[in-house]
Ligand binder design. Structure first.
Ligand code: NAD
Ligand code: DAU
Length: 351
């Protein structure tokens, strides 16, 4: 298999590339612009593999994308490149509109023209997987789950840009026949997670004795999935998903934010009892504007149709994750010192 992955230097993209290169043995071309969130250090374990290539390019650059398709000749595209952080989209949405919407359009149109010229066998085998989020569905109340048929109702500039890109992808299927599949996944966590997101930010702040900023009262619920479970799901959907279909991805691990932070503190208390209790560092801060109350995924279509199941529970995954950060300071220290040191993002005057 020849798989063109976009955003493969990011958190989920790097887990996917490691899985495809080392686990599956696919030929992989990783196309990434290396924004603040892209980090080739996350790909150290595969960088010299004969079945791995890297192309430093922006998905919005149509000429570079056409060259990449023409020279690599993929059977499958797995599109993950995006601006992914909700708080940054609140501070300024320009890059989100550009990469998530215009970039997805650029890639789709490049893929369509490339696919049109393939012979009949390769044409019918070709797949374009668009990797999206459960945030397109908006916010749940106390009951219910997001299903593939749940209407779109995005709240943030980030989720609105992802919703727009999902609509483009489905339109390219209905109008041009491009064999696309869309995956909508819940919150990921695990190794190599950029420390702007809740879990890695809390781990590193707690390790450094810094305040743990919990937005609002901490009662917002997210449905957590270990990143390696997501990488397996993405390969399953790209290889066996039905064209034109959407698949929700999640591991049935709903947790309130405050309970996630308490769990991280308890694990760190076990390791550094002299520095505990880490809970004393928790600080309830101004809420995120437009903060969605609850996300929860019904992944039964993916489980019953394609046989995927999450392997990690939240308890096993969070234990592994905290220990990974304890053991891999070489990876996160340069990011904390040179790229993002943990200051609050996504608040503005008037809220
Ligand atoms: P990330 O921010 O860690 O990585 C994004 C990657 O895309 C980076 O390597 C970055 O350099 C690259 N990139 C950004 N703009 C680009 C451009 N114009 N051209 C080429 N490359 C570009 O993101 P992530 O958390 O790994 O998310 C990957 C995908 O999965 C995104 O599409 C996101 O919407 C989706 N998703 C994320 C989660 C989650 O919990 N993180 C959950 C569901 C879906
Ligand atoms: O649901 C999937 C989405 O999950 C992905 O599409 C996004 O790319 C990904 O970033 C993630 O979005 P969230 O906004 O849910 O993740 P984040 O880690 O930013 O926040 C998780 C929860 O924790 C959310 O309710 C806000 C809260 N939070 C976050 C930060 C960074 C805090 O309370 N304090 C914080 O410092």
């Amino acid at each position: 298999m020849r798989i063109l992955v976009t955003g493969g230097a990011g958190f989920i993209g790097s887990a996917l590339v490691r899985h495809l290169v080392s686990g599956i043995g696919a030929e992989v071309l990783n196309v990434d612009a290396l924004t603040y969130a892209g980090n080739l250090a996350s790909l150290k374990s595969v960088e010299s593999a004969p079945n791995y290539q890297f192309l430093h390019a922006d998905i919005c650059d149509r000429a570079r994308m056409q060259e990449a398709f023409a020279s690599f000749r993929p059977d499958t595209v797995m599109h993950l490149a995006a601006e992914s952080h909700v708080d940054r989209s609140i501070s300024g949405a320009d890059d989100f509109i550009q990469t998530n919407i215009v970039g997805t359009f650029s890639l789709l149109d490049t893929a369509r023209h490339y696919w049109d010229e393939l012979d009949a066998r390769r044409k019918s085998a070709f797949r374009f997987l668009h990797v999206s989020t459960d945030e397109v569905y908006g916010s749940l109340g106390d009951e219910g789950l997001f299903e593939e048929t749940t209407p779109y109702d995005p709240s943030s500039p980030y989720s609105a840009s992802k919703a727009a890109s999902d609509h483009l992808v489905i339109a390219w299927h209905r109008t041009y026949g491009l064999p696309v599949v869309v995956s909508n996944c819940s919150n990921n966590y695990g190794p190599f997670h950029f420390p702007e997101k809740l879990i890695p930010l809390m781990i590193l702040n707690a390790l450094e004795g810094k305040s743990l900023p919990v937005y609002g009262n901490g009662a917002n619920v997210r449905d957590w999935l270990y990143v390696e479970d997501h990488a397996r799901a993405l390969f399953t959907i790209a290889s066996r998903g039905r064209p034109g279909e959407k698949y929700n991805v999640g591991g049935r691990n709903e947790r309130r934010n405050i309970d996630v932070v308490h769990r991280i503190c308890a694990i760190l208390d076990g390791v550094h009892s002299d520095k505990g209790p880490h809970r004393r560092l928790i600080n309830n801060v101004t809420d995120r504007p437009g903060h969605d109350a609850r996300y929860a995924i019904d992944a039964s279509k993916l489980e019953s149709e394609l046989g995927w199941k999450a392997q990690e529970t939240f308890e096993t995954g969070i234990e592994k994750t905290v220990h990974w950060y304890l053991e891999n300071e070489w990876w996160w220290r340069p990011l904390r010192e040179n790229v993002y040191s943990g200051e609050r993002l996504g608040v503005f005057k008037g809220r």
